[in-house]
Design a binder for this molecule. Structure first.
Ligand code: AMP
Length: 292
């Protein structure tokens, strides 16, 4: 495994890897979720490149940039035999405050973007820079960060960046909690409380599975009204779980269009059920696609 700390080292290392390349971008504190991206990268390409960089631009002033877990040696040990790791310093990534910024557009103003102003502009700035530096054929991103994944796909399309964005499903612990570097902040009690997020999503989604199964419950004659009421039922079922959950402070629970992240049209047959909540001082997110 080659570890490059500068763009010049990265360029030299890339020159030794002539085949197809798949990139996994991370902020380190690696876990099974990241490793699923690495495994998918291995399936896609001859060479796997992992970037590890805690990007200051995507953290708000009151967020956890300073506290974010950093342990490069542990990350490298977990990664095993990837070809190349790009782990730059802040000075290398941002020798000065960037003057030209990426405008992520309307999708970045809602949900995560509403709670975390400037977050997605910071994400897209670093993703564009690393995509340009590495020039991969494929770049893997987790469905865990659904809004981020959508924005990156749009950026790549709108700026004609020659890379295929590959979505990877959410990896969960046995109790349903989505793997996240921020789970490390949770006390044992908070870790219990955190289960409410995925339980709420399951409660909402399983209601639809029951409804659509033929012969179990009818969806009525008016398809639109019926779907709309089903949308509401899904949200109600999910909200009930969160309302009765101890130690969880809800930021948002929504059923939205998976592309625009705005309100689901009444007749929509596919939605993203997404939740963000604080458990103690830790903000967690989770989501699931619901097919109606
Ligand atoms: P992060 O290090 O949190 O910035 O995440 C790096 C990449 O890993 C992003 O594309 C995330 O969406 C993805 N990722 C993080 N956690 C998970 C998970 N539990 N399942 C799938 N992908 C994940």
């Amino acid at each position: 495994m080659i570890v490059s700390r500068t763009k010049a080292e990265l360029r030299a290392a890339l020159a030794t890897l002539p085949g197809t390349k798949a990139l996994v971008m991370t902020m380190g504190a690696l876990h099974e979720g990241h490793l699923a991206l690495v495994a998918e990268a291995r399936r896609r390409a001859e060479h796997v490149i992992v970037s590890i960089y805690v990007n200051p631009l995507q953290f708000g002033p009151n967020e956890d940039f300073a506290a974010y877990p950093r342990d490069l040696a542990a990350d490298l040990a977990l990664l095993g035999d990837v070809d190349l790791v790009f782990a730059p310093t802040d000075e290398e990534m941002y020798p000065r405050e960037p003057l030209v910024r990426i405008d992520p557009g309307p999708v970045a103003t809602v949900l995560e973007g509403a709670t975390r102003p400037g977050h997605f502009a910071g994400v897209l700035q670093v993703v564009a820079k690393v995509l340009i530096a590495v020039g991969p054929d494929y770049a893997m991103f987790g469905q865990k960060d659904a809004q981020q994944l959508a924005l990156i796909s749009t950026m790549v399309a709108d700026l004609d960046i020659p890379v295929e964005i590959v979505p990877v499903p959410i990896v969960r612990d046995a109790d349903g909690v989505a793997r996240s570097s921020r789970n490390a902040y949770l006390s044992p009690e908070e870790r219990e409380h955190a289960r409410a997020l995925s339980q709420a999503l399951r409660a909402g989604a399983s209601l639809v599975e029951r409804r659509v199964r033929p012969g179990v419950e009818t969806t009525g004659t008016d398809g639109f009204n019926s779907l709309r009421s089903t949308h509401e039922s899904v949200l109600t079922a999910a909200r009930a779980v969160l309302d009765s959950a101890p130690g969880v402070r809800l930021d948002y629970l929504v059923l939205v269009d998976p592309t625009t992240f705005t309100e689901l049209a009444p007749g929509a047959t596919r939605g993203l059920l997404a939740v963000a909540a604080w458990v103690g001082t830790t903000r967690l997110i989770d989501n699931t696609i619901v097919e109606f």
